[in-house]
Design a protein around this ligand. Structure first.
Ligand code: C2E
Ligand code: MG
Ligand code: MG
Ligand code: MG
Length: 289
């Protein structure tokens, strides 16, 4: 009887897996089609503003995918799906092209775009021809240097720090700024941070959202920002949602704010209307310039 139960349990489990597996496969096919014809894929841009002047300093490009059957799929779902199914390289290529085209459109409209940061996934970072691709993109769209920046995460560099330094140096030589994203989560190793030629630390949203809720998060904020200041890194606070959080951040070495408080991710047209097409004072203290 136990054996029979076990078998039934197994059957149920197996059926469940089949359904989930089927859904993944259907999504994978849909994502492949979306990349092939560009349908349903887009980018939103989230402002990073100077903490004190609140001026726009840069943007982060965030992928969006809408599918008629699956609805709005979160990048937290479709980026890992793309990574597992070999679609991340064509997807990233498509998205980077969109960013370059957008920057070109802003320039052609006589506007002064701010730099746009693109999230790199591990496979993309370790591609042999990454640097060549970026160079080609700058060339094709005739972009002045520094307009495309990159974000990466620590887990991508694990055990390969020496090789990573070389890739990062090449990115820096192209004039790209490089941010360590989601800093403070996962594998944070303070011991090698100073060896990496990065420009920016993005403090993970989880710390920012705990500010005011527990003392520990502010202690960590103090430690991270103190270290970043010593290393002369630009510091971004991610996921700032309240004035209280912003006020706490004013007590530390934090340069830029990114969060719902200062601007949600939005379509490029809204960035144009709200930020670029309005008369802007010259940014005298832009930490990125
Ligand atoms: P990330 O790079 O850390 O991006 C920041 C995420 O925090 C975004 O989520 C953004 O919408 C969200 N966020 C910003 N401010 C706030 C806030 O005040 N409150 C809250 N609750 N959330 C806030 P999103 O757009 O869902 O993207 C999730 C992740 O997916 C990104 O995290 C990034 O790791 C990945 N991703 C997005 N687009 C791309 C892409 O084009 N390529 C790659 N490789 N990864 C991407
Ligand atoms: Mg990011
Ligand atoms: Mg982040
Ligand atoms: Mg994050």
């Amino acid at each position: 009887r136990a054996k029979q139960e076990g078998r039934n349990t197994f059957r149920l489990y197996s059926t469940h897996m089949d359904i989930r597996e089927h859904r993944w496969l259907a999504m994978e096919t849909a994502l492949r089609n979306a990349i092939d014809n560009g349908e349903g894929l887009s980018l939103h841009y989230q402002p990073l503003v100077d903490r004190d002047s609140q001026r726009l300093c840069s943007l982060e490009a965030l992928a969006r995918w809408y599918h008629p059957e699956f609805g709005q799929v979160s990048p937290g779902d479709f980026i890992p799906l793309a990574e597992r199914s070999g679609l991340i390289l064509p997807l990233s290529r498509y998205l980077m092209q969109q960013v370059a085209a957008r920057l070109r459109a802003w320039l052609d409209a006589g506007l002064t775009p701010v730099p746009v940061a693109v999230n790199l996934s591990a496979q993309q970072f370790w591609q042999q021809d990454l640097i060549e691709q970026i160079r080609a993109l700058y060339d094709e769209y005739q972009l002045p240097p520094g307009l495309i920046n990159f974000e990466l995460t620590e887990s991508m560099l694990l055990d390969k720090q020496q090789q990573a330094v070389r890739v990062l140096q090449q990115l820096r030589q192209l004039g790209c700024r490089v941010a360590m994203d989601d800093f403070g989560t996962g594998y944070s190793s303070l011991s090698y941070l100073h060896q990496l030629p990065i420009t920016t630390l993005k403090i993970d949203r989880s710390f920012i959202q705990q500010l005011g809720e527990n003392q520990g998060s502010e202690t960590i904020l103090a430690a991270i920002t103190g270290m970043a200041q010593g290393l002369k890194l630009t510091v971004v606070a991610e996921g700032v949602e309240t004035e209280e959080q912003l006020n706490t951040l004013r007590r530390y070495h934090v340069n830029l704010i990114q969060g719902y408080l200062t601007g949600r991710p939005m379509p490029a047209e809204q960035i144009t209307e709200r930020y670029l097409a309005v008369a802007r004072e010259p940014a005298t203290n832009n930490v990125l310039s």
